[in-house]
Design a protein. Structure first.
Length: 279
């Protein structure tokens, strides 16, 4: 029954064209799959050619959707602009922009973070969204409106240890979201953010590296389970991309099984060891 529901087609996004950055795997892939299931044509913008091509292929072959892959390094402006142009050239326009891609940096204490790490986060987190949103604007206007979904993070809400550069960028991204929502409403463009936690690429890596992480992560959430990229995160993106949210803009939605209610403590258990490494 669950598999039948997964394969069934929807109509909430029929005729819509969506661009999803970082759609080759993890949460981005799940979102792209859900968008296709609701009728959208999807541009898979992904830096890894193998995973990006694989995702686009499965969107076409498995789900019967319209999808195309373009190799995209979101830290390069020309790549971001090319991804937006691909949507226009291949599908005739652009309606939905999902800014999901992000390039992680080493997890070290704030005082050990370097200027280069912060710059890398700024490039993949803020500049990438800035370039994509501004490039999408004329195409949104040509379609009579558009929807942007930016990816925020609970890490910024709780000031997660070892993520100072990431937290800075995600906080700035929320400011960008609200500024664009305020100014672009006059064009019928809605700009929102979600803060998801799900079994994406980082989650699976931590499960491999930290014994018991999967169970501990689930236990912290009021709903008591990890999120599924396609079936838990994807529907919220679909909501924000569809006419169901036609009166919602400038909003932040936590999609985390309730994790934002208790929050979480991220102070490393080996803090003394990490501080010793700095000396």
């Amino acid at each position: 029954m669950a598999e039948t529901m997964r394969q069934s087609g929807g109509s909430l996004l029929n005729g819509k064209v969506a661009l999803v950055t970082g759609a080759g795997g993890g949460i981005g892939r799940g979102v792209a799959r859900r968008l296709v299931r609701e009728g959208a044509a999807v541009v898979v913008a992904e830096i890894d050619e193998a995973s990006g091509a694989r995702t686009a292929g499965e969107l076409r072959a498995e789900l019967g959707g319209d999808a195309v892959f373009i190799r995209t390094d979101v830290t390069r402006k020309e790549d971001v602009l090319a991804a937006v142009q691909m949507a226009v050239d291949r599908f005739g326009g652009l309606d939905v922009l999902v800014n999901n891609a992000f390039a992680p940096t080493p997890e070290v204490l704030f005082e050990q973070k370097t200027d280069e790490m912060l710059q890398s986060c700024l490039n993949s987190g803020i500049w990438a969204a800035w370039w994509a949103m501004r490039a999408a604007l004329p195409h949104f206007k040509a379609r009579g409106g558009g929807q942007v979904v930016n990816f925020y993070s609970i890490d910024a809400q709780v000031g997660a240890w070892m993520h100072a550069d990431y937290n800075i960028v995600k906080s700035a991204l929320l400011g960008l979201t609200r500024s664009a929502a305020a100014e672009w409403g006059r064009f019928n463009i809605r700009v929102n953010a979600i803060a998801p936690t799900a079994a994406g690429a980082v989650f699976e890596r931590m499960c491999r590296e930290i014994p018991g992480f999967r169970e501990a992560s689930a236990a912290r959430k009021p709903l008591g389970r990890p999120g599924d990229p396609e079936d838990d995160i994807g529907p919220v993106v679909v909501f924000l991309a569809s006419e169901m949210s036609r009166y919602v803009t400038g909003e932040l939605i936590n999609v985390d099984g309730g994790l934002h209610l208790p929050g979480y403590q991220s102070r490393p258990g080996n803090l003394a060891e990490l501080e010793q490494q700095q000396r």
